[in-house]
Design a protein around this ligand. Structure first.
Ligand code: SF4
Length: 432
């Protein structure tokens, strides 16, 4: 049986390296000049005040190089599409402007689409249904361009995971199901089955620990990984971050469903060797053994407060608020124990007995704990996603002063520390 081919190329200028990676894996074989090509980068979101796109979103340099190569090869029906997170509105257009994508429209006539502004079509996956962007369903070929990053819920986020950005908000939330049958790792890996993904290019200019958002410090990896086989591309990307398929449940489910080998030896790697670049990348923060909070709580001597580790039913709208919540709670610690507070998040967690106050962070825990007999006094932050201002006001009511300026200070600290490093060039996220 022929092995799927994956190219691994040292990134030395996006255009040159990408061209080499595509040649090595025969990336454009099977494409027809008249094909309607949809390019799907990872543009999950963007902090316009303290931008830390490194390893979190696809570099504009790689997307620009890809479009140039396609145009030179005679492909002219090109669209770039993504459904970024909504806070509460979509930011696709703003991201395209900030990241220089408008140049691609001017130079090559590329259409820029924010899926959130367009139609989604229900697609049946057997035991559940998801709504996919009409654009991706109508494409002749999809070129999937994720980044090389980890994910604090599903361990790694590469090609198969990047396609979750083709769903509307409701379906993205559905993928973080309460029931294990609809657990994150069991749902989104099905999306690719319905899409004409013809080429996957992992942008490994940076690698991001503790992703998917910028909660860890990215570093330069300088790799491009490409294949016409998305699963094989993900397998190689996982191995480079030192994860086995067996340890990454969504890829394991995919492999088992399709009878695919989980073994790197069953992939033909062309270019750089995996071993040369293999280095473990942490996917998560360490939590205290009693599940009362991150390790930082113990270091600061925090007591009287229990913030459980999130589970996979927490969807992205809430998960990106976790860090700001922790930062403000740690800053609110005055040296005296907190007054017996438990924080409940996501769809599965249930309040425990013995706490004076239970903070129900978001619509989901508010609904799933409405009849919980363990709750003495509930602080309900009902939004979806919840509002940190509301949390601040509610916490003041129980004598905990949360200063939301701490979120900005923390972001500023991370930003300054990151951009001071060599090779952290914002020019990689511009197109001139
Ligand atoms: S409350 Fe949070 S976890 Fe629940 S659906 Fe909304 S964003 Fe997701």
């Amino acid at each position: 049986m022929t092995k799927p081919v994956v190219s691994v190329v040292k990134s030395d200028g996006a255009y040159k390296s990408l061209k080499e990676a595509l040649e090595l894996c025969g990336g454009l074989e099977g494409f027809n000049k008249k094909d309607k090509i949809l390019i799907k980068p990872n543009l999950v979101g963007y902090d316009f005040d303290y931008p830390l796109p490194f390893g979190m979103i696809t570099t504009s340099a790689v997307i620009s190089a890809l479009v140039r190569i396609l145009a030179e090869e005679g492909f002219s029906n090109l669209t770039i599409g993504e459904a970024p997170l909504m806070f509460p509105k979509t930011v696709g257009r703003q991201m395209y402007r900030t990241l220089g994508y408008e140049r691609l429209k001017e130079r090559y006539g590329v259409e820029l689409v924010d899926f959130n502004e367009e139609k989604f079509i229900p697609v049946n996956f057997g035991h559940f249904e998801l709504e996919l962007a009409q654009r991706v369903l109508e494409a002749d070929k999809i070129i999937n361009v994720p980044v090389l990053k980890t994910h604090n819920q599903c361990k790694i986020s590469l090609g198969i995971k990047n396609l979750k950005g083709c769903l509307n908000r409701k379906s993205k939330q559905f993928c973080h199901g309460k029931e294990m049958e609809f657990d994150l790792d069991r749902t989104f890996n099905n999306i690719i089955d319905k899409l004409p993904v013809a080429l996957t290019i992992i942008d490994g200019v940076f690698v991001l620990p503790r992703g998917p958002a910028a909660n860890g410090y990215a570093y330069r990896k300088n790799l491009i990984i490409a294949s016409r086989d998305t699963y094989a591309c993900d397998l190689v990307g996982s191995e480079i971050m030192d994860y086995k398929i067996e340890d990454v449940p969504h890829l394991r489910h995919y492999a088992e469903r399709h009878g695919r080998s989980k073994n790197l030896a069953d992939v033909e790697v062309r270019g750089e060797s995996v071993e040369k670049h293999r280095k473990y990348v942490e996917y998560d923060f360490e939590w205290l053994p009693d599940d009362s909070g991150p390790k930082g709580f113990a270091k600061r001597g925090i007591s009287g407060l229990m913030v459980h580790k999130w589970d996979s039913s927490l969807c992205t709208g809430c998960s990106i608020l976790y860090n700001p919540m922790l930062v403000t709670l740690m800053a609110a610690f005055t040296g005296r124990p907190f007054p017996g507070i438990e924080v409940i998040t996501g769809k599965r967690m249930q309040a425990s007995p013995g706490f004076e106050t239970t903070v129900l962070f978001g619509r989901c825990p508010t609904e799933s704990n409405k009849d919980n007999p363990h709750i003495k006094r509930a602080v309900k932050i009902k939004g979806c996603p919840p509002d940190l201002n509301e949390l601040s006001t509610a916490m003041a009511g129980i004598g905990v002063n949360i200063d939301l300026n701490q979120v900005d200070s923390f972001k500023k600290y991370m930003y300054n520390k990151t951009v001071a490093q060599e090779g952290f060039d914002m020019g990689l996220y511009e197109i001139n």
